[in-house]
Design a protein around this ligand. Structure first.
Ligand code: HBI
Ligand code: FE
Length: 278
């Protein structure tokens, strides 16, 4: 990773530098997810995965991937060395460029890693960018982020990203389905998020989500459920964030495992149940 990043932090993907072991790691991770995701990931994700053909050749070449993706929704994938500053990140999203780490985890790290690698970013995030509504949401998020720079509300905006783009659930006629990248790229959380009795699963509400902190080092204790991707987009572009940010400036955070009276309850986790029933 010693590449000097340009001012937008993009670097060459350097696809030729990947080893056979790197490609084997991608294929192992892909095939594990391909076994658990049918019936758990939402249709939009599974359709995107099919259309982008991310399986056979190991780690995708971002140039070929970007050609397929931009033909569908105008999005491209650019290589970055890892997490980039918020303003850089927002600027990429606002211009339909998804910044993806170009490194892949070590074989002994298959189940968890701190920084998003190319499997988390490309397998987890990119298939949803083939859906026109979600593609618009991600761009709107980036534009909103740029407007929010200097507002002191970036941590509230990061929660919105966390509880939708990373760990969001979608309500469908067949039941809850996964659209969040952090879940869909993790074999264990793909099962936990839908089937484990311990987390709370609550109907999405923009202000409620932005008041809810999150932890990055364990399974989620709360998941938020959207009624449709269209609803998520409409709420985001239809909200005047000015008054919302003013309310958030004085609103208390809602502790991560707490449920409040206004919550639309899809499922109440064990600890919240115990707290509510003494
Ligand atoms: N950078 N490469 C990368 N990927 C992310 O997901 C990312 C980031 N920088 C900031 C960030 N996410 C979060 O703070 C967002 O909520 C903005
Ligand atoms: Fe991510």
């Amino acid at each position: 990773m010693g590449e000097a990043a340009t001012q937008d932090w993009t670097i060459p993907q350097d696809w030729d530098a990947y080893t056979q072991e790197d490609h084997r790691t991608w294929i192992t991770l892909y095939e594990r997810q391909a076994r658990v995701l049918p019936g758990r990931a939402c249709d939009e994700f599974l359709r995107g995965l099919e259309r982008l053909d991310l399986h056979g050749g190991g780690i995708p070449d971002f140039r070929a991937l970007s050609e397929r993706l931009s033909a569908l929704t105008g999005w491209q994938v650019v290589a970055v060395p890892g997490l980039v500053p918020d303003d850089v990140f927002f600027a990429h999203l606002a211009n339909r460029r998804f910044p993806a780490g170009n490194f892949i985890r070590r074989p002994e790290q298959l189940d968890y890693l701190q920084e998003p690698d190319v499997f988390h970013d490309v397998f987890g995030h990119v298939p949803m960018l083939t859906d026109p509504v979600f593609a618009d949401y991600m761009q709107a998020y980036g534009e909103g982020g740029l407007r929010a720079l200097g507002s002191g509300r970036l941590h509230n905006l990061a929660r919105l990203y966390w509880y939708t783009v990373e760990f969001g659930l979608l309500e469908t006629r067949e039941g809850l389905r996964i659209y969040g990248a952090g879940i869909v790229s993790s074999r264990s959380e793909s099962v936990f998020a839908l089937e484990d009795p311990s987390p709370n699963r609550i109907g999405f509400d923009l202000e409620r989500v932005m008041r809810t902190p999150y932890r990055i080092d364990d399974f989620q204790q709360v998941y938020f459920v959207i009624p449709s991707l269209r609803k998520l987009l409409d709420i985001t572009i239809g909200t005047d964030f000015g008054p919302l940010y003013s309310r958030l400036a004085t609103a208390e955070d809602i502790p991560i495992a707490t449920m409040v009276a206004q919550d639309q309850v899809f499922s109440r986790g064990a600890q919240a149940y115990a707290a509510a029933h003494g």
